[in-house]
Design a protein around this ligand. Structure first.
Ligand code: GAL
Ligand code: MG
Length: 1000
């Protein structure tokens, strides 16, 4: 070794050396001095700008421990932060495959290495204390040096590491140097589906503590058998000897409930009729723990979680998780997330009726959990452990090799360690109702031992680990210590199957994969969840899209990059763009859909004529009268004609009540549709949401649609002239001129008053820009030629009688190399004023896959921009994804209807429409109606453009307004990771029949 190089001890490829010089795990707290202050004087934050130098590998490090070494020429970097966000190394997104060779415990020698340096002062006032240096998160491992002396080493990126640096400290200025490596043996266990980032990404601070102090404490709350009286038990662990300790319990109004002194390192409070904690009413007591020279404040929520008869109860109440999986992810700050960012997420979640969070797939910052205590979320706290890369090496396969890594003896210690760091740190948080041993790492004896450790350490919570379902490597799985049977993305049939034949409560730790346009199956899952007491609910995959912000385009669009955009290998493309909100937290329609499926109330129509409805309280703990104000609207033909202020209703959790809304009977006598929309409006302010916030709604159809098809006919006794040759038919009316193409069974041009209505031939359309959820079926669709379908006409007949022209065609839709997709007969009827009615009748070839859609596509002049429709809006709506929309009359325009998915795809269709009107700026309009409700979509982008671009910012607008009028549009589903689209949402019928009229 050359003298100016520093050699790191190789702990980073040694899974038996996980933490060198670290303190034992303890619960998270920040100690305070005795004087009452809001901010602790016992914490010295080291956040801020640090000196920084990046090296390609750890073998070329300068020896900063040498006397007189200077950091003068270093760069400066913010801490906490991720180095890739400041231009070092490169971005790399991979889901399952390891981004390095399968060579555990070894990692690449080209292992990005960062030297961080910071000076800090220890003042006279603090210098007699013990000094504890804390890192709340460093990816992936790090070496700590204080005043040029090696202090210790640690790993497990999303866990706290604490070092007693007292022996290395001097009064006045001290030097802290931290070497962070991108990869270590732990990286094999941190193969989470995310961008792989590096650095000191969470808070760093020094705690000043008295010589003798409380090291750890464990609070357990217990309720008696009728959930009335409680015991709070607290066990203490001191640094070396116990110190006099007094505990005072306060209620939320800061009133003292009781004060007690600790005896034999423990203490118990007995409470009569305390206020319990739950996610809806997160009541917190405050515990003040006083020792001679230090105070620790700790919030306490009293609650109990138990399983009785295979059903999960909280405080004796059956509950449902309406959950999300949440990653720490931001397009600008990466893994580094502030309280403000978290509060934004939690606020949006509360607004959307979400009550549970799984910290996928690692523990969050310790204060994250505290916010969940305070604002009320059930948390599944997951340890920092995922190793599914073990399914991807040569010859590896998901099912056979899942456990390959975690069954290696060398990782047993790490598996336990990662779980201990999670459980021991966060154990005093009432919001945590379940521990998770990790995600997708397979199963092994090490997991079983770890599970038994957790259950023995903390008997007050449930234990979950989905990875236990994979039995591999000859290991016989023992799952007896797991309390729930949890799966991901299971089709509903599989769930029903499980529930019919197995005990243990059932949970979906991931479901309704929210990638791109989707998910389409939320309501179906929740019907199943509500049906079975043993099905405790699920957690959406996932809360937010992950992407990297790369500035804006010249026309002001955000540039978000996903996998592959940094030329990395291997990568998983846009599989990280799969959240309910965009990377910068703009909600996708998915969130609105989820929100309304999990609305706090559900209404059912009992009798339309008398306006008799049943209301069910879907909450677990709150009486509706304390949460919801009801307002109903009567919609006639999609427009609000009456409003009823219903006020509050007294309905206990899970219970129902019957209400009568007196509806003016005159409305029933009219022909058009009638519905009641019942809005659930938040009645009081809550910490994160305000009174007046719309929590959800139901729409009850009192009377179904009855809008007859307008038929093209003779309107003013004006005749139509026709001319026909072998390929074209020319139709001339008083004010229109249409050209019909006999080889396309459709119109080449439509001109009214010398203005073109269509600027390209009118097309039959069976294709859509595939959604992420179509990515599997897309291959079948493409092999069946749906993306390149052609028209083949066999016969065309023309009649011109009584001022009405009829053109009938018998034709097929096929594609090169492919048999018939559709065999169709259409009759186009043209009325004397130019109105066109299409009658379509035919057969689908059932040997081919279901159709994406079936309808017409019109390329209108761009000036057609205003849109009015009677159907499901205002959000994009599909046969299986319309719960955030209602049947009504909506006005919008083509631009505003577009839904801007980062990876462009089918979007903004509207389901179950009775009428659509597109108007131009010059006062022309197209009015569409059909014999049965239809779907439509209008866009500035063609389906071909959407399908061909990888990013939204690359899209080019069409020169036309594209209008798609669909007999049907197939559903959306969640097949990007979940089950195939359910049959009932597919266009798979053999016989097709459709009538539609276009009026100009
Ligand atoms: C799951 C995995 C998640 C995520 C998801 C796909 O299998 O647990 O982390 O990768 O698939 O988006
Ligand atoms: Mg190691």
């Amino acid at each position: 070794m050359l003298s100016n190089e520093l050699k790191l001890p190789n702990y980073y490829e040694d899974p038996s050396s996980l933490h060198i010089g670290c303190e034992d795990n303890r619960s998270y707290y920040i100690p305070f001095a005795l004087e009452n202050t809001n901010e602790s004087s016992r914490i010295l934050t080291l956040n801020g700008n640090w000196d920084f130098r990046y090296y390609e590998n750890p073998f070329v490090l300068e020896d900063f421990t040498k006397l007189g070494y200077s950091y003068k020429n270093y760069d400066s970097i913010p801490v906490p932060g991720c180095i890739q966000m400041y231009g070092y190394d490169h971005h790399h997104y991979t889901n399952i495959p390891f981004p390095f060779a399968y060579d555990a415990p070894y990692v690449p020698q080209q292992n990005p290495t960062c030297v961080y340096h910071k000076s800090f002062d220890i003042t006279e006032e603090n210098c007699n204390y013990l000094q504890y240096l804390n890192f709340e998160g460093v990816d992936s491992c790090f070496y700590v040096y204080v005043n040029q002396t090696f202090v210790g080493y640690s790993q497990v990126s999303h866990s706290t590491s604490e070092f007693n640096i007292t022996p290395y400290i001097r009064l006045g200025q001290n030097d802290l140097t931290v070497v962070v490596l991108k990869w270590c043996d732990g990286s094999y266990l941190e193969d989470q589906d995310k961008f792989r980032m590096t650095g000191i990404f969470r808070d760093v601070y020094v705690l000043h503590r008295p010589k003798e102090h409380i090291r750890d404490f464990f609070i357990k709350t217990q309720l008696n058998n009728i959930y009335k009286n409680a015991q709070i038990e607290i066990k203490f662990n001191y640094r070396s000897v116990s110190v006099p300790t007094t505990c005072t319990l306060f209620d939320t109004k800061d009133q003292i409930i009781s004060t007690k002194t600790v005896q034999d390192a423990m203490l118990a409070f007995e409470l009569e009729n305390p206020t319990l904690w739950n996610a809806e009413e997160p009541y917190l007591y405050t515990l003040k723990i006083e020792t001679p020279d230090e105070i620790i404040y700790q919030k306490i929520g009293i609650r109990c979680i138990e399983i009785k008869n295979d059903i999960i109860y909280i405080n004796g109440v059956k509950i449902k998780f309406k959950g999300v999986n949440r990653h720490d992810s931001d397009p600008v700050t990466g893994y580094t997330i502030s309280r403000e960012q978290v509060l934004k997420d939690l606020t949006m979640m509360k607004e959307s009726n979400i009550n549970a969070i799984r910290t996928s797939h690692y523990p969050n910052a310790p204060w994250f959990t505290q916010l969940c205590n305070e604002y009320g979320f059930y948390v599944i706290s997951e340890s920092d452990l995922e190793a599914h890369g073990a399914t991807q090496f040569y010859g590896g396969s998901s099912f056979d090799t899942f456990g390959d890594l975690v069954q290696k003896e060398i990782f047993a210690k790490s598996i336990l360690d990662r779980n201990q760091r999670n459980v021991i740190r966060d154990k005093n948080n009432p919001c945590i109702i379940m521990w998770s041993m990790g995600n997708e790492a397979g199963y092994s004896k090490a997991f079983e031992d770890t599970g038994r450790f957790i259950k023995a350490y903390d008997s007050t919570r449930l234990l979950h680990y989905e990875g236990s379902i994979h039995e591999t490597g000859g290991h016989k799985n023992d799952t007896s210590m797991l309390d729930v049977y949890s799966k991901m993305y299971e089709p509903i049939s599989g769930i029903e199957n499980y529930l019919a034949t197995n005990p243990k409560p059932y949970m979906l730790c991931e479901f309704i994969h929210s990638m791109g346009n989707g998910p389409g199956d939320i309501e179906d899952y929740f019907e199943c969840i509500y049906k079975h007491d043993r099905f405790v609910g699920g957690f959406v995959w996932e809360w937010c899209d992950h992407a990297i912000y790369r500035g804006i385009t010249t026309n002001g669009k955000n540039i978000f990059h996903y996998g592959g955009d940094s030329n990395e290998f291997p990568h998983d493309g846009n599989f990280c763009v799969d959240g309910m909100v965009s990377p910068d937290r703009v909600p996708h329609p998915a969130l609105a859909e989820y929100k309304n499926v999990i609305r706090p109330v559900r209404a059912f129509l009992l009798d339309a004529a008398t306006g008799k409805i049943k209301l069910q309280n879907m909450l677990d703990f709150t009486n509706l009268k304390d949460y919801v104000n009801l307002q109903a609207q009567l919609l006639y033909d999609g427009e609000v004609v009456e409003t009823y202020e219903l006020g509050t209703v007294d309905v206990k959790p899970h219970e129902t009540t019957v209400l009568n809304i007196t509806i003016n009977q005159a409305y029933f006598k009219q022909t058009k549709s009638l519905s009641l929309k019942i809005n659930y409006v938040q009645i009081f302010d809550k910490p994160l949401t305000k009174a007046g916030h719309l929590l959800g709604f139901d729409q009850l159809m009192l009377k179904e649609h009855n809008r007859p098809l307008v038929h093209a006919k003779d309107y003013h006794q004006e005749s139509i002239q026709t001319e026909e040759n072998s390929s074209l038919i020319l139709l001339k009316g008083t004010n229109f001129r249409y050209v019909f193409n006999k080889m396309q069974a459709s119109f080449d041009s439509l001109t009214i008053d010398n203005c073109n209505i269509i600027e390209k031939p009118l097309e039959y359309n069976i294709w859509r820009a595939p959604t992420d959820n179509d990515s599997t079926i897309r291959n079948e669709w493409e092999s069946a030629g749906y993306n390149r379908a052609l028209v083949r006409v066999y016969e065309t007949t023309l009649t011109n009688k009584n001022n009405v022209v009829k053109i009938s065609c018998r034709f097929a839709i096929n594609a090169i190399q492919i048999q018939h997709i559709l065999d169709l007969n259409v009759t186009w009827t043209i009325g004397s004023n130019g109105t066109i009615t299409l009658d379509l009748d035919g057969k689908r070839n059932t040997a081919l896959p279901f159709l994406p859609r079936l309808g017409l596509r019109l390329f209108l002049p761009k000036e057609y921009n205003a849109v009015e429709y009677l159907g499901y809006g205002p959000n994009e709506s599909y046969i299986d994804k319309h719960r955030s929309s209602w049947f009504g009359r909506f006005k919008s325009n083509v631009e505003n209807m577009y839904v801007d998915y980062i990876k462009p795809q089918e979007n903004s269709s509207h389901f179950h429409c009775e009428e659509v009107i597109l108007s131009s700026s010059t006062g022309k309009n197209i009015h569409v109606n059909a014999a049965a409700p239809f779907s439509f979509q209008t866009s500035r982008y063609t389906q071909e453009e959407l399908a061909s671009k990888a990013h939204n910012y690359e899209l080019l607008q069409s020169e036309h307004t594209v209008l798609c009028l669909d007999y049907k549009m197939s559903g959306i589903g969640s097949n990007s990771c979940g089950p195939a689209l359910a049959n009932q949402y597919q266009i798979r019928e053999e016989h097709l029949s459709f009538q539609m009229t276009l009026q100009f």
